[in-house]
Design a protein around this ligand. Structure first.
Ligand SMILES: Nc1ncnc2c1ncn2[C@@H]1O[C@H](COP(=O)(O)OP(=O)(O)OP(=O)(O)O)[C@@H](O)[C@H]1O
Length: 305
């Protein structure tokens, strides 16, 4: 069974709200796929449909080529974290995992190693009811890993984590993908996925707005612009414009150049003996690239002031 999660043409309406409007994408093994989009874009609903918790009006959702509900031991195939609050508060962290393992016919052998992996070994005997949100997220991730599944779906796993926790989960997600798993992670904060996701599915209004590698997205949003810092503004402008570039003055000693690669700018200025102290290609951040894409797909935007 290939470890892919495939969502195809999902439509789902809640009363007057079209929550999913043709959502289609594939999550492939061996990389972290970020599932991003503004509030209400349909990310959680998609995950719930994949797990058979909500029924779609149309379309299909397959895990490893099969509907989730047809799996006899689902936790061995797909690990999911949807709602970290879904815990029996009087159970200890360890008992929670043991109970889950037993109810799913899984061995108890991995429990302690998993508590260790998610940084909860010292809290194993504490009741989950007293856990902070960040600790609940960690326990939820341990539960998702209980069946050593080749596919993982985590809804907003960064919620409630402190900066150290965010760095930790990024590393965990990368290592789970490096082990060959398909990892789908939703977030509405793009910065959380920087240096983590290799691929992005961007949702807006119930459908996919972009399905792209992170490298391609950043490349496209960077717009091929080059910044030049020079005390010889006029000679630089005439050399660059003469060679076909579009040049804009952006500061006392700064130019922005479009239509010419940074290497070419360096060579040209060098050949003409025009002094410069900096030539750098503008690289968009993931956040900038994302905002570019979703500008038209935001349902809930703060009122302009
Ligand atoms: N059970 C439900 N009943 C009614 N409306 C719902 C229900 N679940 C989701 N919706 C609506 O469907 C739309 C999609 O919601 P969903 O939670 O899937 O979005 P999301 O992308 O996960 O958003 P967020 O980033 O805020 O979690 C929203 O308009 C939401 O209000």
């Amino acid at each position: 069974m290939e470890a892919t999660i495939e969502v195809s043409g999902l439509r789902k309406r809640f009363g007057a709200t079209q929550a999913l409007d043709g959502m289609s994408f594939t999550v492939r093994p061996g990389q972290v796929t970020g599932f991003v989009g503004p509030n209400g874009a349909g990310k959680s609903t998609t995950m719930r449909v994949v797990l058979g918790l909500d029924a779609a009006d149309e379309g299909s959702a397959l895990v490893g080529g099969r509907p989730y509900r047809s799996l006899r031991t689902p936790l061995r195939h797909v690990g999911a974290l949807l709602d970290a609050g879904a815990l029996q508060p009087s159970r200890t962290a360890r008992d929670h995992l043991l109970w889950l393992a037993r109810s799913q016919g899984l061995g108890a052998g991995r429990t302690d190693a998993l508590l260790e992996r998610v940084g909860l070994a010292a809290a194993a005997k504490r009741r989950a009811g007293g856990f902070s949100l960040g600790m609940r997220q960690r326990l939820g991730i341990a539960a998702a890993l209980l069946g050593d599944p080749p596919m993982l779906m985590l809804d907003e796993p960064f919620n409630g984590l402190d900066p150290e926790g965010i760095v930790w989960i990024r590393g965990l997600l990368r290592s789970l993908a490096a082990e060959g798993r398909a990892v789908l992670v939703s977030s509405h904060l793009m910065s959380e996925l920087q240096d983590t996701a290799g691929h992005l599915v961007v949702a807006g209004r119930g459908r996919v707005v972009a399905d792209t590698s992170v490298a391609d997205l950043i490349e496209a949003a960077s717009g091929g612009q080059v910044t030049v810092r020079t005390t010889a503004r006029e000679p630089a402008m005439s050399a660059l414009a003469g060679a076909g570039a579009t040049v804009t003055v952006t500061g006392r000693d700064m130019l922005t150049v479009a239509g010419m690669a940074a290497e070419h700018v360096v060579r040209l200025l060098g050949d003409r003996s025009v002094p410069f102290s900096e030539v750098s290609a503008h690289r968009a951040t993931l956040e900038e690239a994302y905002l570019d894409l979703t500008r038209d797909a935001v349902d809930f935007r703060g009122a302009a002031r």
